[in-house]
Design a protein. Structure first.
Length: 266
């Protein structure tokens, strides 16, 4: 398979590196299009693939084109790409907020897949949801799913509109996790720990709790109750969370992220 990636920032290269790591594409069949001169020179030094700085006829030879530029840069990219895209090529967009219909119209091309990854893809532990245009066949959907799975986990959505909810939930999700971790570490510092000790206590607690959740046959409510004995310390914390509306606030924040994704798509 021959693949071109337009925009070789962190996420574009997360995909590229995963493809190479799992032997899904050979470096000589990986066309990396990066307009930033310094970034392009680094990629050439790393021998990450065939590195070029412009969209040209070379892109007509690939099977899959991955769009990984900033959404605000897409209008210029689409004008250049539309000159060289050929029938039968798949286009996978990992740009936030640009609907499939918009991509089809600007590229005059029907075979579009749109995906929303998140930053843990940088470690091969990402969560990516994707949807496709009706013109894309099942075999091509499976090929793209296999490629995305190399960056972590992939889930196919029948309804493209749900990608806005994915943006709010898992796309932005790492930031919510880091936000909670920071609040806990800050609480530890205010109680007298130095920042390094507080960070160790919190990070290891979260890591262990994640693995306990993954291996336990209990659901989340049961796991909470297993820690929160009646009249105890955990119950006091959970009561305060409820009084302050922590759970509702978190959900409202996720809804706000989804709604913003919808606004950006317009």
């Amino acid at each position: 398979m021959k693949i071109a990636i337009i925009g070789c920032g962190n996420m574009g290269m997360a995909f590229a590196n995963s493809f190479i790591q799992y032997n899904l594409v050979q470096k000589e069949n990986l066309l990396l299009i990066e307009k930033n001169k310094e970034r392009g020179e680094i990629l050439q030094e790393q021998k990450a693939g065939v590195v070029v700085d412009t969209i040209s006829a070379k892109i007509s030879d690939v099977d899959l084109i991955i769009l990984s530029v900033k959404p605000q840069d897409y209008p210029m990219v689409s004008e250049e790409l539309a000159q060289f895209i050929v029938p039968g090529q798949l286009v996978l967009s990992i740009m936030a907020g640009i609907p499939i219909a918009n991509l089809q119209a600007t590229l005059s091309h029907e075979l579009i897949i749109r995906a929303m990854p998140n930053t843990p893809a940088l470690l091969g532990m990402g969560m990516t949801a994707f949807a496709s245009a009706s013109a894309v066949g099942l075999s091509d959907i499976r090929k793209v799913e296999n490629l995305i799975n190399s960056t972590g986990r992939a889930v196919f959505l029948e309804d493209e509109k749900l990608l806005d909810a994915v943006t709010g939930l898992s796309g932005s999700g790492p930031a919510y996790f880091f936000y909670l971790i920071k609040a806990m570490i800050d609480a530890g510092v205010e109680m007298g720990f130095d920042s390094a000790m507080s960070a160790l206590l919190v990070k290891q607690t979260m890591l262990g709790s994640y693995h306990l959740m993954q291996t336990s046959d209990k659901n989340l409510d049961e796991l909470i109750q297993a820690v929160a004995s009646k009249g105890g310390t955990t119950e006091a914390a959970l009561k305060t969370f409820k009084e302050l509306g922590v759970s509702e606030g978190l959900k409202e924040g996720i809804f706000a992220a989804r709604d913003r994704a919808i606004e950006l798509a317009k």
